[in-house]
Structure formats: structure tokens, C-alpha cells
Design a protein around this ligand. Structure first.
Ligand SMILES: NC(=O)C1=CN([C@@H]2O[C@H](COP(=O)(O)OP(=O)(O)OC[C@H]3O[C@@H](n4cnc5c(N)ncnc54)[C@H](OP(=O)(O)O)[C@@H]3O)[C@@H](O)[C@H]2O)C=CC1
Ligand SMILES: O=C[C@H](O)[C@@H](O)[C@@H](O)[C@H](O)C(=O)O
Length: 321
């Protein structure tokens, strides 16, 4: 059986015809790797059965992802680009009304694609165009986002057919409330950190009520990266469940996410772990196990203040839920 047959899909509210595989592969690596490594990891992932890939202008992975797609087509691993679901994100230094369409065109140029399936506002922040690296030392380079005008630019991207659907990332209930007040096209997706140690209960309830699909990022707590740590894969409660069930701690975390009816994007460039991380569809957690996980102490792992630098806007963002 082909793995793609077993990855379920979800229909997004704003996308006419395209469903999103509920498991996708992330493409941001730490420490950074060369393009060839990303390209061959994506080709491996397509072989294993992944069809959904998450990139961003900021990850510098758009180009190798595009090359991997071309290679997969050449090798006959897929027959058409339409078999894939590709999402990319608007970087904060393009978060201005007139820069949104050109930014997506830049990303499409990197990807060598005519359209993406999903385009997200990466963070509810704007960065000055002078910013060249993170974290930002000069505080005046972190700026508030004019959400209404940026969203108009996102809507234009969809109207132009450059993306099938549009959404947001790292948005709290408060910011969702703001955007829903004026959006002509409501966001299809909110991509946020979610794992057993940051369960996002309130945000998920809010999104469900508003018909916004949630995608979990850093579902393994971004193990081994500079924006995450090993608290999820090293969590005792998850380890105990894993041992009792003959699974890995990562599989327990991913299975828990699946059972919350959200989708997820995780990153691994190891072919073995690509397979391991897909072994989550044919078993389920017991009520007792779910109960233990629901009682885990909660703490956000991915903090905008550590990615961008300490600033009133990042501190406020990290506190909002
Ligand atoms: N919208 C946003 O602001 C953000 C979006 N993202 C997106 O989400 C994706 C996933 O999140 P990310 O932050 O990468 O974190 P993840 O939780 O996916 O963790 C990735 C890390 O876990 C390791 N890993 C993967 N599988 C296993 C396993 N089975 N056992 C042990 N370790 C494992 C990987 O190493 P290895 O490769 O060696 O297996 C990698 O170091 C990103 O790649 C990106 O696309 C992430 C952060 C923010
Ligand atoms: O420098 C850090 C990296 O950019 C990392 O924090 C981001 O790429 C993160 O995964 C995100 O999506 O915001």
C-alpha cells in the first residue's frame, strides 16, 4: 500500500477543490543545511508518501523545495504538481499592502510554481525592510502590523490565483477577532505551535467556532532547534505511554495531536523518522492516556521574543492566547 493512501485529508473552508493532507513536512532546519540536503530530503519524503510541504520565504527552503518537486516529476514519483499541497508564508519585512503580491510572486519564483495551495501571514508583526538578520537588536525595526491592509493584499493574492487559499500563523484569539471583523475572505488556516506541552485549548475552541482550521507546528516541540528544546520528546509522561504501547515518544505526541482534529507539520530530514512519524494512523490513545496528557503542565516553547528579540510587541504576542 502506498503511504499517500493512508494520510487523511481535510477540506479547507476557503479552498474550492483542494484538500490538505493532515500531515505535512516542515522545511526549516536547525542548524541550517545546504540546498542539496533539503532537496534530497523532500524527494525522500515524496517517495515515503508525503504530499504536503510547508515552507516560508524566511526558511530559504523555497528554492530547494521547488527543485525537489521538479525532480519528483522527472522521476515519475508524482504525475502532476497538483498532487502536492504546498504552503508558504509572507515574511514580516513584506507585511505592507503593496508588498504582499510581489512577495508571493518572489516566493513562486523561488519555488518555480504557478501557484501555492496556501499562503499564510507568517507572524502578526512587521519588520523594517532594513532587517538582515534575526534576532533584531534595534528595537525600532520591530513594528506593528496594519492587519487590515495586509489582509487586503492576501485576498488579492487569492483573487489573482497565485494561491488557492490564505491564512495566518501565530495569531491569538484576540488577533483572530480583529481580522474577522473586516475580512472578506476569512482565513482558512491558523498555523500555531501545538504539542502536548502547549495544547492551545482556548485557541482551538475559538477557531472551531469560527470555521478556521488549525495546523500544529513544532508538534515535537522543535526538538534540537534553537527555537525549541527536548521537553516534548523527553517528557516522562509521554515516554511512559510510549513504552507501554510499544511506540516512540514522538509518535505519542503526533498521535495526540491527530486526535485533537487538527493537522500538523513536523520536520525531519531522516528517512527513518519520516516513516516513524507516519506510523500514527492505525492505533489510538486510551481515555486514560488522553487524560494524563491533558493534565501536563502547559508552557509555550516557541517564543517570538527569542526569535525576533525582546520588544513590547513580541512580549505582548507571547502572552496572548
Ligand atoms: N509558522 C511558524 O511560525 C512556524 C512554522 N514552523 C513549521 O513547522 C515545521 C515543524 O516545526 P519545527 O519547529 O521544525 O519542529 P518539530 O516539532 O517538527 O521538530 C523538529 C525536530 O525534531 C526532530 N525530529 C523529527 N522527528 C523526530 C522523531 N521521530 N524523534 C525525535 N526527533 C525527531 C528533527 O530532527 P531530524 O531532522 O534530525 O529528524 C528536528 O530537529 C517547521 O519545519 C516549519 O515548516 C515551525 C516553527 C514556526
Ligand atoms: O531563526 C529562526 C528561524 O527562522 C525559526 O525560528 C523560524 O524559521 C521558525 O521556524 C518560524 O517559522 O518562524
Amino acid at each position: 500500500m502506498e503511504m499517500e493512501d493512508v494520510i487523511p485529508e481535510v477540506s479547507l473552508s476557503a479552498v474550492g477543490d483542494k484538500a490538505m493532507p493532515i500531515v505535512g513536512m516542515g522545511t526549516t532546519a536547525y542548524p541550517p543545511v545546504d540546498d542539496e540536503t533539503i532537496k534530497s530530503a523532500v524527494v525522500d519524503a515524496i517517495r515515503v508518501g508525503y504530499r504536503h510541504f510547508d515552507t516560508a520565504f524566511a526558511y530559504r527552503s523555497e528554492k530547494p523545495l521547488g527543485e525537489a518537486i521538479a525532480e519528483a516529476l522527472r522521476l515519475g514519483l508524482i504525475k502532476s504538481r497538483s498532487e502536492l499541497f504546498i504552503s508558504t508564508k509572507l515574511w514580516c519585512s513584506f507585511a505592507e499592502r503593496n508588498l504582499v503580491v510581489p512577495a508571493l510572486k518572489l516566493s513562486l519564483g523561488n519555488l518555480k510554481l504557478e501557484y501555492v495551495d496556501l499562503f499564510l501571514i507568517h507572524w502578526p508583526l512587521r519588520l523594517s525592510q532594513e532587517v538582515r538578520q534575526l534576532p533584531i537588536i534595534q528595537k525600532e525595526h520591530i513594528l506593528p502590523l496594519d492587519l487590515k491592509s495586509v489582509w487586503e493584499g492576501m485576498e488579492q493574492c487569492q483573487a489573482l490565483g497565485l494561491t488557492k487559499s490564505i491564512g495566518i500563523s501565530n495569531f491569538s484569539c484576540k488577533k483572530l477577532h480583529e481580522i474577522l471583523a473586516f475580512a472578506n475572505i476569512p482565513p482558512a488556516v491558523n498555523q500555531v505551535e501545538m504539542n502536548p506541552l502547549w495544547q492551545q485549548k482556548k485557541l482551538r475552541e475559538y477557531c472551531k467556532a469560527k470555521g478556521i482550521h488549525v495546523t500544529a507546528y513544532s508538534p515535537l516541540g522543535a526538538n534540537g532547534t534553537k527555537w525549541g528544546d527536548n521537553r516534548v520528546v523527553g517528557c516522562n509522561v509521554l515516554e511512559e505511554i510510549a513504552k507501554a504501547r510499544g511506540k516512540t515518544t514522538a509518535q505519542v505526541s503526533l498521535r495526540w495531536i491527530l486526535e485533537q482534529e487538527v493537522s500538523m507539520v513536523f520536520k525531519t530530514f531522516s528517512k527513518e523518522r519520516m516513516k516513524e512519524n507516519l506510523q500514527i494512523f492505525d492505533w489510538s490513545l486510551t481515555g486514560e492516556e488522553l487524560d494524563k496528557i491533558s493534565k501536563l503542565p502547559q508552557r509555550k516553547i516557541v517564543l517570538s521574543a527569542s526569535i525576533f528579540g525582546h520588544h513590547d510587541l513580541t512580549v505582548e504576542l507571547d502572552e496572548e492566547i
